[in-house]
Design a binder for this molecule. Structure first.
Ligand code: SF4
Length: 278
């Protein structure tokens, strides 16, 4: 009896997973891949826009896996404590659990599930959904084919997709209020999506009132961060970092912005995850 196979590729709304989808379509057109997006319900509008563009390129719909229970449900379960790098219940409950629920029946009926993950050649394999099931097989095509960050950009620009629109002000996909954001990204969230900033502020106020030790951004509340003087300070600090980095980097005049693509290159690597930020 032949073994059934299923090929899946998770999109985060970020550049790497999008490039992998393009790459697989271009290099493995005969592979029937199901593209999916686990939707936390707290995503940037730019993410949906970009997924729409990608659907156009792929010529097939992207499956949205919605969690059975939303952020507000889980927040209550976690005593109104905000998720944080120390307690990342959001990724577990809103990103990984829906995937697990989706693939479990396939694995149990004996289907081999191949999951294509966009870890680049220039990165370490970071944590993502790792089923212990013997039928769940993770594939890392960019690692195998030695495709790095520049390779990813070449794929996206070559396909006419470019980068998601939020790249003009933030380099991370994922929730509007993601605590992995740098302070400058919070400032820009306030400028670009004031409603989302206000929502994050309200979640934070509620959490602090319930005794949460965490604020979204380390060391200060969003209320403190949004004070005009503080905003100015954050912008100045960002400018200085950028200038320092530019003075050390040989910028390609044809692609000046590309060298500065990842905010983490400016602020040091923070722990991000495959499910949210690839
Ligand atoms: S994007 Fe950030 S806040 Fe959202 S699930 Fe991922 S880690 Fe949590």
């Amino acid at each position: 009896m032949s073994v059934r196979e299923k090929h899946v590729l998770g999109l985060s709304g970020g550049k790497d997973s999008a490039a992998l989808a393009v790459y697989m379509r271009q290099h493995h057109p005969n592979l029937e891949i199901e593209y999916f997006f686990t939707d936390t319900g707290k995503e940037l509008p730019e993410v949906y826009e970009y997924l729409g563009l990608l659907e156009g390129f792929l010529g097939q719909p992207i499956l949205h896996l919605n969690p059975d229970r939303d952020f507000d449900f889980w927040l209550k379960q976690f005593n109104n404590f905000l998720p944080s790098p120390q307690s990342r219940w959001c990724t577990r409950q809103l990103k990984l659990r829906p995937l697990e629920v989706w693939v479990r029946p396939m694995l149990e009926e004996g289907t081999k599930v191949y999951s294509y993950v966009a870890i680049r050649a220039d990165e370490e394999y970071r944590e993502g959904y790792s089923s212990k099931h013997k039928n769940f097989i993770v594939k890392l095509p960019f690692k195998e084919e030695l495709i790095d960050k520049q390779g990813v950009l070449d794929i996206l620009f070559g396909a006419g997709l470019g980068l998601p629109n939020y790249y003009s002000w933030r380099t991370r996909s994922g929730c509007t209020f993601c605590f992995f954001q740098q302070k400058i990204e919070w400032v820009r969230l306030k400028e670009k999506h004031p409603d989302a900033f206000e929502e994050a502020k309200a979640y934070e106020k509620n959490a602090v009132e319930h005794g949460s030790p965490f604020t979204w951004s380390q060391g200060e509340s969003l209320k403190e961060l949004e004070q005009p003087k503080r905003i100015e300070q954050i912008k100045q600090e960002h400018k200085k970092r950028l200038a320092r980095m530019l003075s050390k980097t040989q910028v390609n005049p044809l692609k000046p912005e590309i060298e500065l693509l990842d905010i983490d290159d400016l602020y040091g690597k923070s722990k991000v995850c495959v499910a949210c930020h690839k």
